[in-house]
Design a protein around this ligand. Structure first.
Ligand code: AMP
Length: 281
């Protein structure tokens, strides 16, 4: 049977969230031998567990059809891959950071990084001639031990920089987790990918909305359409008391509280808010 092989991180920042996304989308896995691979029990899908930085290459050489990794890894490896879907987690940026007492410019300075290609591209664009010290990890200690004058590393909360007495100087690349894939999959795999994407996107879309149910005086129904303009129409159900109705609708997370304030201003009461598990367009 044709199966889609997807390479995901076996450890590190993206690993738990990747697995949770797959589980939320309804894919069930047999967890024996999780360290290497896992078969999906209810979909033609197989997971390969790899180091995050190796995922673009494994997809590019077709060992896997798909991969989930950071955009930082994709850009650094430079393979010609499709970035099929941004996944909304693992958000961070690649930044140049220097010791607190650093003075002057980066010109002729040494910068330690695990991302030499992205950094070189940036330095070329800005016409800065600095030298790059490539390290595979623990980049943040390089200035303290005298290997480099500054670093270029991923920053999420900024606490690693702070702990090492560094401050962010320039943000050079923004990244989040992304689903990558080979450009030319065979027809059968394309068909499976479509179904896979429908499920993943249903989970991603659901996170952007809340489902709300409320009571409203019947006379205030016309005012609802001004407050909820983006929706076709809310569902309105009669209540035992003829003067009141129950209204249910979905509200976008980013305007949620603003919408609630407006609904309250037209007399909405008993507003129940629920997370949505999946939302299919
Ligand atoms: P933070 O202290 O939260 O700023 O995180 C910085 C450390 O975590 C650095 O060692 C980074 O290489 C690593 N890191 C931060 N965000 C990510 C990410 N999205 N993916 C992989 N590594 C990350």
């Amino acid at each position: 049977m044709t199966t889609l092989k997807i390479a995901i991180s076996k450890s590190g920042r993206l690993s738990d969230k990747t697995f949770k996304l797959l589980e939320d989308a309804g894919f069930l896995f047999q967890m024996t031998n999780r360290r290497l691979m896992a078969k999906c029990q209810n979909f033609p899908l197989e997971l390969l567990f790899l180091r995050p930085g190796d995922i673009p290459e494994i997809v590019a050489d077709k060992t896997a059809d798909l991969g989930i990794c950071g955009q930082n890894s994709v850009a650094e490896k430079g393979f010609d891959l499709d970035q099929i879907q941004k996944l909304g987690f693992g958000k961070c940026h690649l930044s140049i950071a220097v010791p607190k007492n650093f003075k002057g410019t980066l010109e002729r300075k040494r910068i330690a990084t695990s991302y030499p290609k992205i950094l070189q591209k940036y330095l070329d664009e800005k016409n800065i001639s600095a030298s790059i010290v490539t390290l595979s990890g623990s980049v943040e200690i390089a200035p303290n031990i005298g290997t480099a004058d500054g670093i270029c590393d991923l920053v999420s909360t900024g606490s690693t920089l702070k702990t090492n007495g560094l401050i962010e100087k320039e943000e050079i690349f923004s990244s989040e987790a992304v689903l990558i894939g080979n450009k030319n999959l065979i027809k059968e795999k394309e068909r499976i990918l479509e179904k896979f994407l429908l499920r993943i996107r249903a989970v991603l879309l659901a996170k952007k909305f809340k489902y709300i149910v409320m009571n409203l005086k019947r006379e205030n129904i016309p005012k609802l359409t001004e407050i909820l303009p983006g929706l076709k129409s809310p569902t309105i159900t009669n209540l035992a008391d003829d003067n009141w109705v129950s209204v249910s609708t979905v509200v976008e997370e980013k305007i949620f509280w603003k919408t609630i304030d407006k609904l309250k201003s037209i007399g909405a009461e008993g507003i129940v808010v629920q997370n949505i598990e999946k939302l299919i367009k």
